[in-house]
Design a protein around this ligand. Structure first.
Ligand code: PGA
Ligand code: ZN
Length: 425
């Protein structure tokens, strides 16, 4: 049974406060869960409880810590840590709001993850194995950021993530090696051209481009400089994060000083899909533009993965609706968008059942917690998105998957491109 919940304020990768839940079981197991934090959040996702005011930029979490100490701890003590669904249902009921704004989604997600870690540790199992049981698992296909933009780089580009995938890699280790070559080549090119301003929130190069297309062209050049053929060993994946610059069917590209309507936006992106080796696109239209997404997915869905992130916010009902509407063909899974482990798992399973691509994802504000590496494997997600190839809150996750792949040895089955929901395959 759960004997104790300790709530602690710690700090995330942006140097902002976040909450850590430490759960003690009666068998002596002590495990922790930590809330990550987004910067480009969907309006329907679980809300972090922040204190506001002047101190610490308004980001302090004393309110969320109080939720944990005063309300969640009494609810948790004595409960069975293996009953994740029951505990998460109790958290949802205790909060009583659709977006967990009362207790704070940061409080509920930290507790929910801590319970999960404690249950696995109490059984003496790695988290991925606790989740998967005896079922065979896949090592996920990674998508890894090379340039950061949007809300993660002072809006230096309109597009948020310029990423690579390694379509021909035979293992996770090989996919990381391909990515590392491209990341290094891209950094050198940026430095040579005087376009390098540092690294963005998720570790990708912080660029000084004068158009979004310059980022795409530079990425292609980096893939070539690394010795690869674009679209072969390394292909492109984008997170447009269009909700950050689009609303009511209007899209304002600040970098290029252009405003596009839905059709113009579709033409802009479809032009890229014709000219660049793009395998996957996330949130190509804003979260309020289901029609734009539906038309876009109909146009490219048999050869490009179209992911809903802000659009679906890891919400099972929204995923089920998207399956019926065919507005996207893949879903990003972020546990803190839902606010509990069980809700995120339900969203992931709904996507998987429907043949959607399922991608477990980090947030732009992260910590040393590597839970998502295990969730991607234990939930059979097939894909993992963690940010870039620098900064240890990112590398900790990639390195964790490397260890799991090594431990599985010949039983490690690398996901490969088969996990993309592409009709043409
Ligand atoms: P966020 O964005 O974590 O800053 O909200 C990440 C993403 O859009 O995938
Ligand atoms: Zn996104």
């Amino acid at each position: 049974a759960i004997r104790k919940l300790h709530a602690r304020r710690i700090w995330d990768s942006r140097g902002r406060p976040t909450v850590e839940a430490e759960v003690t079981l009666s068998d002596g197991t002590v495990e922790r869960g930590i809330a990550p934090a987004g910067a480009s959040r969907g309006t329907r996702e679980a809300v972090d409880r922040r204190d506001g005011g002047k101190a610490l930029g308004g980001f302090d979490v004393q309110g969320a810590l109080a939720s944990m100490r005063e309300e969640i701890a009494p609810l948790l003590i004595g409960r069975d840590p293996f009953d994740q669904a029951g505990i998460d249902a109790a958290l949802i009921a205790l909060d009583g709001t659709p977006t967990k704004e009362r207790l704070g989604g940061n409080a509920t997600v930290a507790v929910s993850l801590a319970v999960l870690h404690a249950a696995a540790a109490s059984r003496g199992l790695p988290l991925w194995r606790y989740l998967a049981g005896e079922e065979a698992v896949m090592i996920p296909l990674p998508e890894i950021q090379i340039f950061g933009g949007g809300a993660h780089a002072g809006r230096r580009t309109d597009i948020q993530d310029f990423m690579v995938m390694a379509p021909k890699a035979k293992s996770f280790a090989e996919a990381l090696e391909v990515t590392a070559e491209v990341y290094i080549a891209a950094g050198r090119i940026m430095a040579e051209r005087g376009l390098l301003q540092g690294v963005a929130d998720e570790g990708g190069w912080w660029p000084a481009f004068s158009s979004n297309e310059e980022a795409l062209d530079t990425l292609v050049t980096a893939i070539e400089r690394a010795g690869f053929t674009p679209g072969e060993e390394a292909a492109i994946s984008l997170d447009i994060a269009a909700s950050e610059f689009g609303k009511n069917g209007r899209y304002v590209l600040g970098l290029e000083k252009r405003e596009l309507d839905r059709d113009g936006m579709a033409e802009y992106l479809l032009g890229w899909c014709r000219r660049y080796p793009i395998l996957s696109i996330e949130d190509p239209f804003a979260e309020d533009d289901a029609e734009g997404l539906r038309l876009f997915t109909a146009a490219v869905g048999d050869h490009i993965q179209v992911i809903g992130d802000d659009f679906l916010v890891t919400n099972v009902a929204l995923v089920e609706k998207a399956v019926l509407d065919r507005s996207v063909n893949a879903v990003l899974i972020k546990v803190n968008q839902a606010g509990t482990v069980s809700e995120a798992k339900a969203a992931c399973e709904a996507g998987r059942r429907a043949g959607f691509g399922t991608i477990v994802s980090a947030r732009s504000g992260e910590t040393e917690d590597v839970a998502i590496a295990h969730l991607a494997i234990g939930w059979h997600a097939g894909q993992l998105k963690v940010g870039s190839f620098a900064r240890s809150e990112r590398m900790a996750k990639w390195n964790e998957v490397l260890r799991i792949e090594e431990a599985l040895g010949s039983k490690a089955k690398f996901a490969g491109l088969g996990v993309l929901p592409l009709g043409a395959r």
